[in-house]
Design a protein around this ligand. Sequence first.
Ligand SMILES: *Cc1c(COP(=O)(O)O)cnc(C)c1O
Length: 388
Amino acid sequence: MREPGFQTPSVIELSFDAIQHNLRFIKKFVKKHVRISSVIKGNAYGHGIEIYVPAAEQCGIDHFAVFSADEAQRVVKVKKPETDVMIMGWISPSHMSWVLDNNIQFWVFETERLEYALKLAHSKQIKAQIHMEMETGMNRTGLNHADLEVVWPLLETYRDSFNLVGVCTHLAGAESIANHVRIQRQIKRFRVMVNLFRSRSYEPDVLHVASSAATMAYPAFQYDMVRVGILQYGYWPSKETFIHYISRRKDKLDPLRRIISWRSCVMAVKFVKQGEFVSYGTTYLATDDKTIAIIPTGYSHGYSRSLSNSGRVLIGGQRVAVIGMINMNMLIADITSLDEVNIGDEVTLIGNQQDISISVASFSELSDQLNYELLTRLPAGIARRLTS
Ligand SMILES: *Cc1c(COP(=O)(O)O)cnc(C)c1O
């Protein structure tokens, strides 16, 4: 029996070279003075916060954006002391004290949180590191003009209890040109609201609005900082953003590299006679004698059930078909065309084997999921490791 090189049923590998390559590309693309905030919500888009953060720091990243305080706590455990962390979404009231004590930057999008945070910071005699999120047309979170009337007296009362780190907003769909008019209107409203702060002598350290799509498609909206998520992992926010980028280039090559590979191994090999069914039910009938490999990865590990009878995996440097229903912990591949397959042989679910690959994109097309969704659904429980 061959030792697959990992003890868990599968392993997710992150390529340091690819991380470095992507971050270099992003750095080169954004304007000189623009800071990059690396967005690592959703467990670093499924890549794993604990592995991704130190690797990105090694490539010069010193600002990370998360959705919630529990994610921020995971970042704080592994980051360098001087690296900044910003919470863009949920903070439970019981977490606010930790957020303030640890100098965590956070978004304010309703006045209750602002008042609560400022009072707490005042009682601690420290400063809350706040980013004011403006409602400019996405109609999700953000302060509108009526809210600002409540904000001004609060800021005045607690003048010494905060740093206005940022004023920001989020654009509703910069990955599609169809939203162009809506985006332009959002920026217009954003400018008006920023001026309201300035007219009251509140000068934010940074203005920021751009995620990956706006960073690439609307360079004028990079302002002082960009919040880059999906790009750094090697994926474009949409086909449109990619086409928009390469249409202006001579080489037409994708400048990004995928970071993630997902590997499992062969757990058992067996022969199935013509006329037999494979796996649960009768969805797969062996029309010939078949050799099959059983692989210890199923839908509980994030391998979508919708890939039943349609997925592909790599074994022995060849692409082979997933047959039958995906089980909770196992899937089955048709290896009839392969010469020799042994227990313990590597199986690539996502990534390369020699010169062929299973991309997350093809995987998500087959399983009808967005890259974003597929990546973030990779369970945190799968072992992760950094490779070169
Ligand atoms: C997720 C998120 C981003 C990053 O989006 P990408 O498309 O992955 O670059 C930026 N800003 C906010 C507010 C987000 O929630």
